[in-house]
Design a protein around this ligand. Sequence first.
Ligand code: GDP
Ligand code: MG
Length: 160
Amino acid sequence: ARIEEYGWTGVNECTFIAVKPDGVQRKLVGEIVRRFERRGFKLVGLKLVRVSEDLLREHYWDLRSKPFFSGLLTYMSSGPIVAMVWQGLDVVKTARKMMGETNPADSLPGTIRGDFCVEVGRNVIHGSDSVESAQKEISLWFGHDELQCWGPSSSRWVYN
Ligand code: GDP
Ligand code: MG
């Protein structure tokens, strides 16, 4: 089964979420997955991967001129990452709210970064910042055959 329209804004909207190497080391995978599941979002892709700096350079291309860029690539390639695709209504924006701010110091308690980390250079989770970046990131991190199209029986209890 394939997700043919994973960029579509609406219930079929998808976002790319990654538990960064520090999140994996700190055993936060279950907690993070749990928050997205309980919110009502649907998991359509998940894998534990260790990625090359080349992929990361492409992933963070917009930040290539930042002073922290090379440290960011080292951080992100320092261990396995849990790469995920989550689907649901306004999932891109809502996931960003669930994550909190880029800098954990500015993140409210109740958000993932606000609850589990303190420094911007170790902020445990990545989430796409727009529907357009989500599409790019999903196609960078996942093959089409790695995404599952499935209809949970709970759909009608999450959407009216
Ligand atoms: P995000 O979309 O909230 O993850 O933030 P950005 O896209 O702006 O930055 C990507 C990632 O780069 C962040 O999640 C941080 O891990 C890292 N980063 C951003 N700003 C800084 C910074 O000022 N210092 C350091 N060390 N890392 C940063
Ligand atoms: Mg970003």
